[in-house]
Design a protein around this ligand. Structure first.
Ligand code: FEO
Length: 170
């Protein structure tokens, strides 16, 4: 049986993962209409991954006799000044998700909930990978500069990353 505190904290995390999925879908849509098809493909794939994260929490909580209750989520931002601004925000958002996962782990340690702590370790590893992936993209954007040629290469790179992620999941 899961404690009320952890039930609430996981429901808050479900909201954050759903919000992440919507933010990345909105970003993908912006990329799609602003000439970045590769970035759009990458972000649509990432949006699906966030929904998968959300579902993992939903099933876990219900399997532990908790109750996953979906909450209202905010409307994501629709406009960006540049692809650089957009990916800087992805990185900040992933850093926020990592800090929330760490807080959840802290709460499990306080509550002596080893089962949930064990479940959360998958997310701890996932966040290391996600932050590192997005940091690489942000570094590449800096390296290539904000020029048309640079943008073209970034978009090709993101398209390749999306294909690699899709192939890894098959
Ligand atoms: Fe589910 Fe990208 O954090």
């Amino acid at each position: 049986m899961i404690s009320k505190k952890i039930d609430q904290a996981i429901n808050d995390q479900i909201k954050l993962e759903e919000q992440s999925s919507r933010i990345y879908m909105a970003m993908a849509s912006w990329c799609g209409v602003n000439g970045f098809p590769g970035a759009a493909k990458f972000l649509y794939t990432h949006s699906d991954e966030e929904r998968m994260h959300m579902l993992k929490f939903v099933h876990f909580l219900n399997d532990r006799n908790g109750h996953s209750v979906l909450q209202q989520v905010e409307q994501p931002k629709a406009e960006y000044r540049s692809i650089k601004e957009l990916f800087d925000e992805v990185l900040k958002h992933e850093q926020l998700v990592s800090s929330r996962i760490n807080e959840l782990v802290d709460l499990c340690l306080q509550e002596k909930d080893h089962t949930t702590n064990n479940f959360l370790q998958w997310f701890v590893t996932e966040q290391i990978e996600e932050e590192s992936l997005v940091q690489d993209i942000v570094d590449k954007i800096k390296l290539l500069g904000e020029s048309m040629g640079g943008y073209f290469h970034i978009d090709m790179y993101l398209s390749g990353l999306a294909d690699a992620e899709a192939a890894a999941e098959e």
